[in-house]
Design a protein around this ligand. Sequence first.
Ligand SMILES: Cc1cc2nc3c(=O)[nH]c(=O)nc-3n(C[C@H](O)[C@H](O)[C@H](O)COP(=O)(O)OP(=O)(O)OC[C@H]3O[C@@H](n4cnc5c(N)ncnc54)[C@H](O)[C@@H]3O)c2cc1C
Ligand SMILES: Cc1cc2nc3c(=O)[nH]c(=O)nc-3n(C[C@H](O)[C@H](O)[C@H](O)COP(=O)(O)O)c2cc1C
Length: 781
Amino acid sequence: MKIVCIGGGPAGLYFALLMKQLDPAHDITVVERNRPYDTFGWGVVFSDATMDHMRQWDAVTADEIQQAFNHWDDIELWFKGRRIRSGGHGFVGIGRKKLLNILQARCEALGVELVFDTEAESDLDYADADLVIASDGIHSKIRGRYAEAFRPDIVTRPNRYIWLGTKRLYDAFTFDFQRTEHGWFQAHIYKFDETTSTFIVECPEHVWLAHGLDRADPAESIAFCERLFADNLQGERLLSNLRHLRGSAWLNFQRVVCGQWWLKNEHGSHVVLVGDAVHTAHFAIGSGTKLALEDAIELVRQFKLLGPTSGDSPEHLGEVLTRYQAERSVETLRLQNAAWNAMEWFEVCGARYCDQLEPEQFMYSMLTRSQRISHENLRLRDAGWLEGYERWFAGRAGLDAAQAVPPMFTPFTLKGLRLKNRVVVSPMAQYSAVDGLVGDYHLVHLGARALGGAALVMAEMTCVSPEARITPGCPGLWNDAQGEAWRRIVQWVHAHSDAAIGVQIGHAGPKGSTCVPWQEGGMDQPLPVGNWPLLAASAQPYLPIDKGGQLPRAMTRADMDRVQADFVAAATRAAEAGFDWLELHCAHGYLLSSFISPLTNHRTDAYGGPLEKRLRWPLEVFAAVRAAWPAERPLSVRISAHDWVDGGLTPADAVEVARAFKAAGADLIDVSSGQVSPDQRPTYGRMYQTPFADRIRQEAGIATMAVGAISEADHVNSIIAAGRADLCAVGRPHLANPAWTLAEAARIGYTPIAWPKQLVSGKSQMEALAQRAAQQAGAVK
Ligand SMILES: Cc1cc2nc3c(=O)[nH]c(=O)nc-3n(C[C@H](O)[C@H](O)[C@H](O)COP(=O)(O)OP(=O)(O)OC[C@H]3O[C@@H](n4cnc5c(N)ncnc54)[C@H](O)[C@@H]3O)c2cc1C
Ligand SMILES: Cc1cc2nc3c(=O)[nH]c(=O)nc-3n(C[C@H](O)[C@H](O)[C@H](O)COP(=O)(O)O)c2cc1C
């Protein structure tokens, strides 16, 4: 088979050598525009796992790379005059030149033809090639030429970076953050050979512009960076490879994803994209070279799988390339997603974390930036450092800092209420009230969860009037009998547990008058009989009318006054019932949420239009509730921080919403998302709403509760330790297991937790079983 690789970077060279090794009869040429043994760039890093993978495919290359590697374990942070170091991170670094030299030499030894100093204009110039490998990097000409077929999605990111080197040698992967009068810069630094380190400097576009760096020539930019990082450089210079830089020395990262990875050109040659030409990963997780090398491995593996007789013959090319794309596109997307989180962290860290967090917590936040490294991962990497951090965090939470306590089990005080830990039973409708009255079911349900270890048990959405109900089974606080029924439950929880109990008051608005989920029509469907009239910000049904939607009436000012009075009366009864915490439900498309979201509020009066006006009535209700609710008891607001629909509320808007409620006296924002429109397209995943809680906490400066797919102690510990939220609400896991918190404590080996005295005989057994399970899983440290 005749193969031409356009581009002699890691992807093209490695594919060429592996393919030649698979069958020396292949005629393989690599065309590279640079001169031999000449390239741009400094060092690249990748993991031990990539090395193992490479060794399986070509031990000679892997051994040479291994010998040239610089291996290091530590990450060191320079921040606000402090240096913090943690170990166990396991990187390997190599000079890009050295890596390419090894690959080039191996290609030559195997008989691959290397053509340097030659710019390939088009795949069509190689008409006799059966296969053209487009390994021509991020700005791939070949990809551009067939953009319609390859469907590249290229996103240019807002930060600017410059890729420099230095002769100062570092013994850790070093991050240095420096504040200037216009904002923060950060440097990512690592040694890659015996004489040189990579030194990448990065900052947001507006900071870069404010410093006039758009007008600076490369020498001026370097001088600027040398001044900024003078302490760190200790007299060494910053070096550049500017000969290869076109235009500004400062680049924007471009994230590339392609819909199609191969095609057949007009000469009948197959053309396939590999490496940066088909996908890019931000240097924040340092995996671009790994992806390029693994593309090459996978492509060769697919040839090999089809066998020596058929696999590498041209007629099977379509099959091989289809399988290559199917395998690699999933894996690269997974990595790109992780890289995306890490990249975003560096894009926003100046405004969101640098000013807000103390160095210890900033380090933790940085280490867990991709959300792939959790609390327990950090323990495996460097138990000593993590314990030190747990002690620091416990001290900040008011505990004696002599003992390392998992952050999840530190107390949290809000107003006059001290919660024993950070776990909250999320409010969950049970649809089991009769005429709005809670009964024995609720006593048992909430009572069991109060015994189960969570610090705060939130009762479900409790309605402020009969018309405010979602279903006929929803509880209420619109009459005194209901208040008394709640008081019985609150008193039981206070008498028999050390949990606090709160209630969420709400009005279903356009989503009211629907079936109990397990009856007839099911969730969100209108009652077959006995419907009541609905209210909303605008006369817009939640579901389309032809799918059973019921048309609400747009509220008049008189409606607003009446409903506001209902909220105040419910809050007063909640206080009288003895609840420790009150939450105002402004999320999920219900009445107050219907005012906040632009998807559901189309009013043209003083309560519609820009966010400020859409918030007006919800804030009035909040202020009236605040006045009725005891000042020393916490009052939170649940919001939908993202509508997950184009044109809907965004996480940036949610920060404004949080600021407005904070100014009106809210103590905490409970950050949920969605359920405002049936057209929503949420991106689910573990802890998927936590980034919104994090952003609100840092940017609006108010305590937050994270919720949504938080299902392990490890999640709670990571969220609380990184300062992404102050509390974690756990919903469905508490439906399955009322004692979720106690069980998780046992699972992570945290034994000092107190159990209710009646249940305590179960404690040591649960702990022993958990320990045995961990041993069996080989997870005991
Ligand atoms: C600042 C920065 C830091 C990075 N750090 C890391 C890191 O730490 N770890 C890591 O794994 N990755 C890192 N990367 C990413 C890494 O450089 C790339 O992901 C990787 O090199 C991709 O390999 P490739 O072979 O696909 O493309 P490239 O390495 O870009 O190779 C493409 C080659 O094609 C040649 N070429 C292009 N067009 C033509 C043409 N028309 N004719 C002939 N030749 C052509 C180019 O000269 C080049 O040699 C970093 C990138 C940047 C920008
Ligand atoms: C059965 C059920 C009922 C719910 N009822 C409410 C509710 O009354 N009020 C509310 O704000 N959220 C309600 N939710 C949402 C949960 O509080 C929580 O935000 C959601 O389940 C995501 O958390 P999880 O992944 O831990 O379950 C309900 C969820 C479930 C599963």
